[in-house]
Design a binder for this molecule. Structure first.
Ligand code: CTP
Ligand code: MG
Length: 420
């Protein structure tokens, strides 16, 4: 690794020389894989994303210098000139000290960061740097403690409850004016678990700023799993696709059960020239048969609810539309009921690798009165599609073709996502 060749004013010492005993995977923790890349590599992502020209000193076990160099080079890219790898010591404190010895002369703000806090966001580094720079004192990120904390006798007996409003669970990076940190290290008599304690013991002020829960330390297998989960892609959410579909069908003129049809001479349900197919004499809507209601005209059974659902699903998954998939010339679909369309559409989506999250349909019509059979319709449609379908119904206050009882309108929307 080349030593720093430029003149950075900020340095981050990344301590990664621990053995990872509590993680128990038989290798130094920073080199354990986290979602396919070493923990160290993940930690460096946030650091090399900083705006400032920053010297990065990575402290590792003696037998890992070469491997760490490769990891750093990979993440740093062009910024590799600012990176140094050094060998750590027996304790964390000794490792930080080894890092301090490698600082470039130009550096006046030093951050110390645990590689084990692999998901710490860049913003947390930036906030620490800002605070140290503006206040001229140490700054450490901390989170309020939410559990009730007990002082114990060391043998399992609770002695007292500690006032948690006075507590902060501190994280890294911890940042300091270089002079203060170096001086604290020069005179450190005891071992401390963090740098803030050491600097405070040397008599310097350290401020606590807001931390981020993502900066948690990977210590145990449970923590590693949590970090893996944080990084896991959530395809069901990220790859959601929505679709919308609309269909309208005209009522057959003068069908049974509709006094309006006979009374209203102006009513035009079907163009006069078009013969009314036999199957149009029954009403099928939202997957249900509606006895005594006037039927809808269509190549199939005219179930606008089902057709709108299929259009929405085909659109969401990019598989075309109703006309292109179920051609009107295809005799298989003549007079077909909703189940044929729904099952076929569901199979097409499954074949293309999509799963249906839900479908919602708005039906617009005066007849039939939908609400008494809404739940039944939803159950039938959901069963035929193999995904939840909900249907709501409304009228248009006498406006438009649905208001004039000329036909029905249905609008469907859906969400689909890649099946896992
Ligand atoms: N660390 C270090 N040198 C040491 C000990 C610890 O650089 N001699 C680093 C670790 O690599 C880690 C950070 O300090 O990034 C915090 O330490 P900890 O979480 O305790 O890590 P380990 O010491 O590796 O884990 P364990 O205590 O379970 O062995
Ligand atoms: Mg340790």
């Amino acid at each position: 690794m080349p030593a720093a060749i430029l003149r950075p004013s900020v340095a981050v010492i990344v301590v990664a020389a621990g053995s990872g005993t509590r993680l128990g995977l038989g290798q130094p923790k920073a080199f354990v894989s986290l979602a396919g890349r070493p923990i160290l590599s993940r930690s460096l992502d946030a650091i090399f994303a900083l705006d400032d020209e920053t010297q990065v000193v990575v402290v590792v076990p003696a037998d890992r210098v070469e491997q760490a160099g490769d990891i750093v080079a990979q993440v740093a890219g062009a910024a590799v000139g600012y990176a140094t790898v050094v060998v750590g010591g027996e304790s964390r404190q000794a490792s930080v000290e080894a890092g301090l010895a490698a600082l470039a002369e130009s550096v006046d703000i030093v951050l110390v960061h645990d590689a084990a806090r692999a998901l710490t966001p860049t913003a947390q580094f930036a906030s620490v740097i800002d605070e140290v720079r503006s206040a001229g004192r140490g700054a450490v990120p901390g989170l309020p403690v939410s559990d009730t904390i007990k002082r114990t006798d060391g043998f399992g007996l609770a002695l007292a409850t500690v006032d948690r409003s006075e507590l902060s669970a501190v994280q890294t990076p911890q940042g300091f004016p270089r002079q203060q940190l170096q001086r604290a290290y020069e005179f450190a008599a005891d071992e401390f678990t963090d740098d803030a304690a050491l600097v405070a013991a040397a008599g310097f002020e350290v401020a606590i700023i807001h931390g981020d829960p993502l900066a948690f330390k990977i210590t145990t297998a449970w923590d590693l799993r949590r970090a893996e989960q944080e990084l896991a892609p959530a395809p069901e959410h990220r790859a959601w696709r929505t679709g919308v579909g609309l269909d309208a069908h005209a009522f057959v003129t003068g069908g049974p059960g509709h006094p309006e049809a006979d009374a209203d001479a102006e009513f035009v349900g079907t163009p006069e020239a078009a013969p009314v197919p036999e199957h149009a004499e029954e009403l099928w809507l939202a997957g249900l048969f509606w006895p005594g209601e006037r039927g809808l005209v269509g190549h199939s059974d005219g179930d606008a609810v089902v057709h709108a659902i299929c259009d929405a699903l085909l659109s969401a998954s990019g598989l075309g539309d109703l006309g292109s998939v179920f051609g009107t010339a295809d005799p298989r679909f003549e007079g077909a009921h909703g189940d044929v369309f729904l099952r076929h559409t569901a199979a097409l989506l499954a074949g293309a690798g999509f799963r249906i999250a839900n479908v919602s349909v708005q039906l617009v019509t005066n007849r039939p009165l939908f609400s008494p059979r809404r739940l039944e319709a939803q159950a039938v449609l959901s069963a035929q599609l193999g995904a939840p379908v909900t249907v709501s119904a409304t009228t248009t206050d006498g406006l438009g073709f649905t208001g004039r009882n000329e036909g029905v309108l249905a609008i469907a929307s859906c969400v689909v996502h890649p099946a896992q």
